[in-house]
Design a protein around this ligand. Structure first.
Ligand code: GLY
Ligand code: MN
Ligand code: MN
Length: 451
């Protein structure tokens, strides 16, 4: 584990506070049905500061006004009987050797130790919306309240921690960028394979499963979010995840799917013809969306804001909708009414990182839009969704949903499209659709599907 990087992330957080105690709980297991749980997913903030992937752990950082720092971890205690059922636990004895902390204790000591950890601090930082932690914090503080003879400060000033962490997570370091590039590479393999496999009669489910399989190759951890495999009009449902319909000749297929590596997400959408060749109507509409994405990319530079990028994308899409006679009226009047929203209802991009919708702020302390800077990663995902039965939409376009989504890293020398290798131009897509799925799978380091 790269301890220094986690320590420096903790130090960066502590730099933003004068003194205090910081509590960052990891995730627990979530019940799926009686006696079974969902696959474990670590809390992103906890992962960011520790790299530790066990459930039910809590990081406690302390900083005195003199700048002395302590790093404590509470975690599951070793328990051979339980480990036989659910897997090996690191345990409190070993934890300080391999994790970026000074001391570790079993979870059952949390309630007892918390009051002592609190003593002497004035400030407490944690996620104020975590009610479970809040009740433990309150109990610990109450237990300190009644001792009149003892003289020490207690942390009665509570601060919401999430925005501080969100600001840190906004700029990715080299380790994070590496993980995101690896995730992008797996997404490339997945989307190419989907283009090769898709054909009339193939079920969305088969493509969904193929994506999951490919996203778990090498160091991949599977899909970063539920894949959207939406043939035909299913693409009009923005978060369609049923993925269980047969693909139809003449339809488009929208796939929004990205691999996860070391808990870092990629988030990619491609839209292509099920039969491998764009019809003239599909090509025209596809080019409109692709063009809007290129315009958006032209605005991506240090100092720009995601809002500016969104505005320029909406403007170009609105112009195209007017040119296509779908929206009728002057640009100014339709812009004033947000008329494009009927066909482009979502944003053009969001922060990307440990969370697919990364939990970083969009506004600064002055409520100004945050400006793009080196190391920030976000998506660029314009789309158009033209409903069936909308009399303003020519029938050749009704029922089409097109989105194109890439992941962008801001660098000193401009935007770097991390997912640029995934076919996107009409010609590239039609070529990729002609590929043989067996050839793609045979190039994998472990082509077990073929054996
Ligand atoms: N995959 C979710 C999104 O594009 O925001
Ligand atoms: Mn996205
Ligand atoms: Mn997406």
């Amino acid at each position: 584990m790269e301890e220094t990087s986690f320590i420096s992330r903790q130090d960066n957080l502590l730099k933003s506070i004068d003194e205090g105690i910081v509590i960052i709980p990891g995730a627990g297991l979530k019940q799926k049905s009686h006696d079974t749980e969902f696959p474990f997913r670590q809390n992103s903030d906890f992962k960011y500061f520790t790299g530790f992937n066990e459930p039910d752990a809590t990081l406690v950082l302390k900083k005195t006004i003199e700048g002395e720092v302590e790093r404590h971890l509470f975690l599951q205690e070793k328990n051979p009987e339980m480990e036989m059922w659910t897997g090996i636990r690191l345990g409190s004895e070993k934890a300080p050797e391999v994790l970026p902390i000074d001391s570790a204790y079993p979870n059952h000591e949390f309630t007892r130790r918390l009051p002592d950890l609190f003593k002497g601090h004035k400030n407490l930082y944690y996620n104020l919306f975590n009610h479970d932690l809040q009740s433990k914090v309150t109990k610990a503080l109450k237990s300190l309240g009644g001792k009149r003879k003892e003289k020490y400060f207690t942390p009665l000033h509570w601060h919401h921690l999430s925005p501080l962490i969100g600001m840190l997570r906004l700029r990715k370091d080299q380790n994070e960028i590496l993980a995101m590039k690896q995730a992008a590479e797996l997404s490339d393999i997945g989307h190419r394979a989907a283009m090769a496999l898709a054909a009339p009669g193939v079920n969305e489910k088969e493509i969904d499963q193929l994506l999951s399989y490919l996203f778990a190759q090498e160091n991949g951890e599977g899909p970063a979010y539920d894949s959207i495999v939406a043939g035909g009009t299913n693409a009009l449902i923005l978060h369609y995840i049923a993925n269980n319909q047969n693909l139809k000749d003449g339809d488009l297929l929208l796939i929004d799917a990205g691999a996860q590596v070391n808990t870092y997400a990629s988030d990619v959408t491609r839209t292509f013809p099920v039969n491998g060749v764009f019809s003239p109507a599909q090509k025209d509409l596809y080019q409109v969306v692709l063009n809007s994405q290129k315009v958006a990319m032209g605005h991506m530079k240090i100092g720009a804001t995601l809002k500016e990028i969104h505005t320029s994308t909406c403007q170009i899409l609105l112009k195209s909708l007017i040119e296509a006679d779908i929206l009728k009226g002057s640009f100014e009047e339709l812009w004033e009414k947000d008329a494009y929203r009927a066909y482009y209802p979502h944003g053009t991009g969001h922060w990307l990182g440990l969370d697919v919708h990364d939990q970083s702020p969009y506004l600064d302390n002055q409520l100004e839009e945050l400006t793009l800077d080196e190391g920030m990663v976000f998506t660029c995902e314009p789309g158009l969704y033209l409903p069936v039965g909308d009399a303003s939409v020519p029938s050749k376009w009704q029922g089409m949903g097109i989105r194109i989504e890439d992941d962008i890293l801001i660098t000193q020398s401009g935007p770097e499209n991390l997912t640029r290798s995934i076919p996107k131009e009409v010609k590239e897509i039609e070529e990729a659709c002609k590929e043989d799925i067996k050839t793609i799978l045979s190039k994998l380091s472990s082509p077990s599907l073929l054996s």
